[in-house]
Design a protein around this ligand. Structure first.
Ligand code: ADP
Length: 227
C-alpha cells in the first residue's frame, strides 16, 4: 500500500451547550488516508462531518486522539507548527467557494502561493495551469461574481491545490449545485486529484458521487465505519 498521508487515531470531541449540556460529537474516530486515495465521508447532517474535517485539517483541536500528517503527530504541536503544516500539506474546500470578490480567478489562486513564499511569476504559471486543467483558462481574468456557481467551485478547488498539498479536505463541495453542475464539478475535482496523487476526504450527501470515489466511510455514533 502507498504512504499514509493523513491518519486520525481515536479522535474525540465534544461541545458544551446550555441544553442538554455536553454533546459528544466524535467518540474515538479512526481513519487512514493513503496517497492517491479519494474517500467519501457520508453521514446525515449534524453527525459531525464538519467537526471531523476541521480537526483533520488542523483548524480545530480534538479533546483526545492524534492527527498525523505524513507520519508526524501534529496534534501535540504548537500553533505555529500546526499552521505551517496546514498551509503546506492541506487544501480545504467548503460548500460555498469563499473566493475573494475583489480579485480575479487567477489572483485568487496566486495569493495563497505568495503567502507560502512562491514568486509571482511561478505562482501565476501554476494558477494558469490549474485553471486550464479544470477547463477555465478563458475565465482566468474574471472576478467570482462573473462566474457561475460551478465555475466558482472549480476555482476554489484550484486554490485549494495551489500549494500542492498532500491532502485535500472538502466539506460538501457540490452541496450547493444542481445535479448536472455537481457532476461536472466532481469530474473536474477528480481530474485534479488524479493528476497529483494527493489524498482526498470528501464529505457528501450524494450517494451517487460517493460511489464514484475509491472508498466510502460513514460517521456513525461518533466513529468512522465502512459504508
Ligand atoms: P455535520 O457537518 O455532519 O452537519 P457538524 O460537525 O457541523 O455536523 O456538527 C455536529 C454537532 O456538533 C451538531 O450537533 C452541531 O450542532 C454541534 N456543533 C458543531 N460545532 C459546534 C460548536 N462550535 N459549538 C457547539 N456545538 C457545535
Amino acid at each position: 500500500m502507498s504512504e499514509i498521508t493523513l491518519e486520525l487515531k481515536g479522535i474525540s470531541k465534544s461541545y458544551l451547550r446550555g441544553e442538554p449540556g455536553e454533546v459528544q460529537v466524535l467518540r474515538g474516530a479512526d481513519l487512514a488516508l493513503h496517497a492517491g486515495e479519494v474517500v467519501a465521508l457520508v453521514a446525515p447532517s449534524g453527525a459531525g462531518k464538519s467537526t471531523l474535517l476541521h480537526i483533520a485539517g488542523l483548524l480545530d483541536t480534538p479533546d483526545a486522539g492524534e492527527v498525523r500528517v505524513a507520519g508526524e503527530d501534529v496534534s501535540g504541536k504548537g500553533d505555529r507548527r500546526r499552521t505551517r503544516v496546514r498551509r503546506q500539506e492541506v487544501g480545504f474546500v467548503y460548500q460555498f467557494h469563499h473566493l475573494l470578490p475583489e480579485f480575479t480567478a487567477l489572483e485568487n489562486i496566486v495569493l495563497p502561493q505568495l503567502a507560502n513564499g512562491t514568486s509571482q511569476k511561478a505562482a501565476a504559471a501554476r494558477a494558469a495551469e490549474l485553471l486550464d486543467t479544470v477547463g477555465l483558462a478563458a475565465r482566468a481574468d474574471h472576478r467570482p461574481a462573473a462566474l457561475s456557481g460551478g465555475e466558482q467551485q472549480r476555482v476554489a478547488f484550484c486554490r485549494a491545490l495551489a500549494n500542492s498539498p498532500r491532502i485535500l479536505l472538502a466539506d460538501e463541495p457540490t452541496g450547493n449545485l444542481d445535479p448536472a453542475t455537481s457532476d461536472q464539478v466532481f469530474a473536474a475535482l477528480m481530474t485534479l486529484v488524479r493528476g497529483t496523487g494527493l489524498s482526498a476526504l470528501i464529505a457528501t450527501h450524494n450517494l451517487e458521487l460517493a460511489a464514484r470515489m475509491d472508498r466510502q466511510v460513514k460517521l456513525e455514533n461518533g466513529v468512522l465505519v465502512p459504508l
